[in-house]
Structures are given as C-alpha cells and as structure tokens.
Design a protein around this ligand. Sequence first.
Ligand SMILES: [Fe+2]
Length: 342
Amino acid sequence: MASAAPAAKPDDFVAQLEAANLHPLWDRFRTITPVRPQAADPPFLWRWRDIEPFTERAVSEVPINDVERRALILVNPAFGGDTVTTSNLIGAFTVLDPGDRARPHRHTFAAIRFATRAAGAATIVNGRRCEMQDGDLILTPPMCWHGHINESDHRIVWFDAANIPLVRTLDANFFEPGDPSSNQFWQVDDGDEKLWAESGLAGADAAPAPAHSPKYRYPGEAARRLLAALPAGTDGARTLRYTNPATGGAVMPALDCYAVRLPSGKPTRPRRVTCNMICLVVSGSGQSSVGEHTFRWTQNDVFSIPHWNFVSHTASGGDADLFIVSDRSAFERLDLFREEYQ
Ligand SMILES: [Fe+2]
C-alpha cells in the first residue's frame, strides 16, 4: 500500500500560491495593513537663500517661450529622484521677468499660486483676470484654462503647489495645451470673479457649484484681516481655511489651503494628522519640530510636514505667518482624516 504524500510545507504552499498568481492574506497581512501610517519621507526644509540664486539663473538661462512653466520644484531626495515634495504634493517657485507670459493650458491636477513677490503679475483663470498682490492666493482648479503674465516693470516670484503626485498615483492626468499665439486669452477683465468677491453674499440664482470653488482669487489683505481677528485654536495658533463660498468646504476636492498666525515665543501644541502639508513662511521667523527633526526658518523658506508626524511651531522675535497647502480635503472625502494632540 502506497504511503500518503507528505503534507506540503507552509512555505511551499505560499510559493505554489504565488506561482498561481494568488497571495495568501495571512502571509501578507502585516505588509498590506500596517498598524499606522509611515511616511516614506522625513520632513525637509528648503531655504529661500539657497533657492533664490537658481531663480535668477532660471530667468537668464531659460526663455519662457521655450518651456511650459519656469518653475523650480522642491524635491525631497527620499523619493529617489521622483518629482515629489511630500506625499501627493509638490511645491515650487515660479519666476517671471517683465513681459513674460506663461502660456495657457489646463490639466486635471489641481494647483494654486501664493504671491510672495508677485505684485504686478496676473493669472488668467477661465477667462477671468486675477491680479496678484502680496499674499494673494490664486486657484487654478482641475481643467480650468490658465496662464500667467508679468505686466510689471520688475521680476516677480510666487510659490506654487499642486497635487501632481496624487493624480499620477491615480493615473488620472490629462493635459491640454492652449494656443500660445492667442492674444484673446489675455484680453479679459475680472469677469465672473466679481460674483464671489463679497464675503457672505452670493447671487440667489447662481448656478450649482462645481466640485471646486467658483471663486479663484483670495486677496492676501482679507486673509491678514481675518487672521488678526480670529481667536487662537486648539493648538494655540490662529488658523484660517480658504473655503469654497458656495459650500463652506475646502477650495478644491483634493487640494486644501490654510493660513496660520503663530504667536511669538509660544510653541503650538504638538499635533499630528493623516494628511500631508507643505508650509511656506510668509513672514517672520521661528522654528518647527516635525517628528524627530527641528528646522529654523525665515521668510520664504518652505518645509514639509509628512503625514502622521507630530508638529509644533514657535515664532521668535514677533508673530509669524505661514501659508499651508495640504491634501486634507482628499483625506476627508475618503473618510481617512484623523488628528491627535499631545
Ligand atoms: Fe498649470
């Protein structure tokens, strides 16, 4: 009588499953369901004093008509050479000389500009002219035509951010170039932007709101006024969210913007969140502890807060203002947003 075949060893079974294009959950469980998020990137600081010389070179060496955009993207080397600032997000600086036009285009990723030294520039968004003054936030929501022009007599710089890495992960990027020779694109006034310029007022017969804010320009002057009036929040800072006036929610489904005023000398209460943030120092100086890292920063420096790192900010020598761009609204829509305080 033939003896029974020996039972397959567990490892053999796994190998046989793999050969059959099957994975046993019991073997992969810890890999595919970690007990907490673990960002691939450590926090990172990009100093303006290191970036600025490259913006000067970019203007002299890269003709605006030869490129889609003259932007220098902030890259964390932890992403192995991929063009990523922190998960789901990129931050960048764009520089335009007098007369430069960054040609029209549109795309499915969402983007914003924050005017650091951009007075005299304008961004055209879907046929509306959005002037850029210091501290203004300009949205270019998904599939809205947009182009930029510097009509001033001086070089201008602004901070950009976009959710390109997220849209690449989803493989949902579509891109359409506009007509670079069209003069008509630029010959517009503020148009329907007027419909959303008055806080708390909206046309009663306004069309149903799209997924993103119908308002594209958020003046810095208004943000600064509200920051001065706001009470301190749970972490001790005054924080405002830029909102879609038709819904009260985030400005875009997958890109979310905030402004923060930090009180001088008082660390904010450590907090961590599941979403990712890029912080631009708008004014003042200070330091931030992000996870195990501590950065000292000053105006126009940028640092990342990768997800699930405790962060505490401290302004020094006076209040400091931060502009923060985040993927929080995407996390909220997926019911993945969590926060914790220490
Ligand atoms: Fe664009």
